[in-house]
Design a protein around this ligand. Structure first.
Ligand code: ATP
Ligand code: MG
Length: 588
């Protein structure tokens, strides 16, 4: 095929679009791949669609290779199945809900667990029908709060979603493992630089879950990895190795101390260090010896609100995103003054474990950092104005309702696998694999008869790839200061032929070469525009980013054309009549 730029539905722009915050958005708009329709809603122009289709092809090949069967569900869906699983409410403001002319409730599918579950329920009744893997590549709709960065986070976007169905846990583990391999193949073929991170299941409610994160400084996902390379996890999913419990033997008794004028942890610690009678047995008191109790308010999807207290070492901050991941689907916010006032047991600035916990006077659920193990002693609030308590020992003087991963992760935290040093990096989520378990099958009544004729609830996995997002992520990782720079497998054309000159000979020569390349089975982008200077055409060829560029210019008179490599910038003159072979060699 020859795509002639004189008639192709393509306009390159010299200026960056005003709303573009990131490289991929800037370049995809400038190079004529996408256009914005509304916030988070984009049109794929012919060039963009070609890249998207290439990514889809790779995904289809790898999904088919693990036995996936493709189908397509509608995007417009009835409310009932989503009501049955609770997601009509749980999805909150992210769900596009709409009414039909009879006032019936509908939604635009944000993801399709319910529909796949019902389809399998409809068609399968025996263990002999399983295992089964189904997938689709289709538009999803989410009313994202911050649709930013172009097609990286859209409100309508293409996703590949697949779902596995098995009778038993071993089957699910197997399906998960096969998807993991397929995803590795997909992202390797897309040429992406990525890591596989342990992830929280979040609102989905399930067990094993991993995210594929493309390494990228503009990514919204912060992840954590061990310097030794054996561990990578989402910030939300990082687990803190809990120290061993300690014996209470020989620990001093808890003692309440007047602590006036200690508005900060620093001043509090300073007061304790200044008092001879309160000296720490070994060295100085530090912020990490204090237990800070942070009051939060959870909002459930149905609007109900519930307080939560979290106790963390005083040298650490609470990361609301980590808290939120642990209490999903509830949303989390700091407790307001008015809400404080409703709990007379709470003395602001002096809140301690004495009043916290479901069994204590406030009745507020109290969760602590995993470091607060039995036998650890703390300086913390004494629940009276102007007073703190020292030597308050976990397990002896107080017990929490449980533990929670709540503190902001810091570089240098301890790796849960090998005790190494953790560091943080940023990435963009390109794929997600997830052992859902039986939640959806239970909610929607999907079971099959096993070998013994006994009904078994089916166990499921769900697996997503952001297809539109992948276009932007590849652009983001491969672009340079001159423009886009596609890997071969994804490029909108195999070769870009530039007619660099206004003479008929040059234009004819370029057209002939394009036709020969086409005959050799290649897709050719031909810059045959008449009133555009060679300089502008060269710049456009670099902006558009087809990996091989052939310049047909003045040197054609000597029987010579030039082959350029977009990525390395190397140029090579070859005989015009040997150009097809030379291009094929460059591509191979
Ligand atoms: P994110 O954390 O980025 O919001 P998610 O965890 O909500 O993503 P999933 O429900 O796991 O996303 O969807 C599967 C894949 O779809 C993601 O891995 C991502 O690549 C892609 N995706 C999700 N939301 C968007 C979006 N708004 N625009 C483009 N792609 C998206
Ligand atoms: Mg995800």
């Amino acid at each position: 095929m020859v795509l002639k730029m004189s008639s192709l539905f393509l306009r390159t722009l010299r200026e960056d679009p005003a709303d573009a915050e990131v490289t991929s958005h800037r370049l995809l708009v400038r190079a004529g791949y996408v256009r914005r329709v509304a916030p988070g809603i984009f049109t794929m122009l012919p060039m963009g669609l070609r890249v998207l289709r290439n990514i889809e092809r790779v995904i289809r090949e790898e999904m088919d290779a693990i036995g996936g069967q493709e189908l397509t569900f509608p995007a417009l869906l009835p409310r009932e199945p989503y009501e049955a699983t609770g997601r009509w409410t749980e999805y909150g403001a992210n769900l596009f809900r709409l009414k039909d002319r009879r006032q019936g409730d509908y939604l635009l599918g944000p993801t399709h667990e319910e529909m796949f579950t019902l389809a399998v329920k409809d068609m399968c009744s025996s263990y002999k029908d399983l295992p089964l893997t189904l997938y689709q590549i289709q538009s999803k709709f989410r009313d994202e709060a911050r649709p930013r960065a172009g097609i990286l986070r859209g409100r309508e976007f293409v996703m590949k979603d697949s779902y596995s169905f098995d009778v038993d846990d071993d089957g699910l583990r197997d399906a998960y493992a096969r998807h993991r391999v397929a995803y590795i193949n997909i992202f390797d073929r897309l040429g992406l630089d990525y890591v596989i991170c342990s992830a929280m299941s979040g609102a989905m409610g399930g067990s094993a879950s991993e995210e594929f994160l493309a390494l990228c400084d503009i990514g919204e996902d912060t992840f954590v990895r061990c310097a030794n390379g054996d561990y990578a996890a989402n910030v939300e999913a990082v687990t803190t190795p809990a120290p061993a419990a300690r014996s209470f033997d020989g620990l001093p008794a808890a003692q309440v101390v007047d602590t006036p004028d200690t508005p900060t942890i620093e001043t509090l610690v300073g007061l304790f260090n200044a008092r001879d009678d309160l000296r720490k047995a070994d060295g100085e008191w530090a912020a990490g010896d204090t237990l800070k109790n942070v009051m939060l308010m959870l909002t459930m999807p149905d609007g109900k609100r519930e307080p939560l207290a979290i106790g963390v070492p005083g040298d650490r901050e609470v990361d609301l995103r980590r808290v939120e991941a642990n209490v999903a689907p509830a949303e989390v916010a700091p407790m307001t003054e008015a809400e404080f006032a409703q709990h007379p047991a709470l003395v602001k600035g002096y809140i301690g474990p004495g009043v916290l916990g479901e069994k204590n006077s406030s009745g507020i659920r109290y969760l602590v950092d995993p470091r607060v193990v039995e036998g650890t002693a703390w300086i913390t609030g004494a629940d009276e104005p102007g007073k703190h308590v020292v030597h308050l020992v976990a397990g002896r003087d107080f017990t929490a309702d449980g533990t929670i991963e709540a503190v902001r992760i810091q570089d240098g935290d301890v790796c849960p696998v090998d005790g190494g040093r953790l560091e943080q990096a940023r990435g963009i989520e390109i794929g997600h694999i997830f052992q859902l378990g039986r939640k959806y099958a239970k909610a929607l009544g999907l079971s099959v008869l096993d070998q013994n004729g006994k009904a078994q609830v089916v166990t499921m996995g769900s697996y997503g790839v952001g297809v539109t997002r992948a276009v932007a992520v590849v652009a983001e990782q491969t672009a340079d200061e001159r423009g886009l720079c596609w890997p071969r497998e994804l490029a909108p054309a195999d070769v870009h032929v530039v007619a660099a000159g206004k003479t008929e000979e040059i234009r004819d020569g370029a057209e002939r070469l394009a036709a020969d390349l086409e005959a050799a089975g290649l897709t050719v982008l031909l810059d045959d525009r008449k009133d555009v200077s060679p300089g502008v055409k060269f710049n456009d060829s670099e902006l558009i980013g087809v990996p091989t560029i052939v310049v047909v210019g003045k040197r054609l008179a000597d029987g010579v054309v030039e082959i350029r490599d977009r990525k390395t910038g190397t140029k090579e003159e070859v005989a015009a009549d040997g150009a097809v072979a030379a291009v094929k060699a460059a591509i191979a």
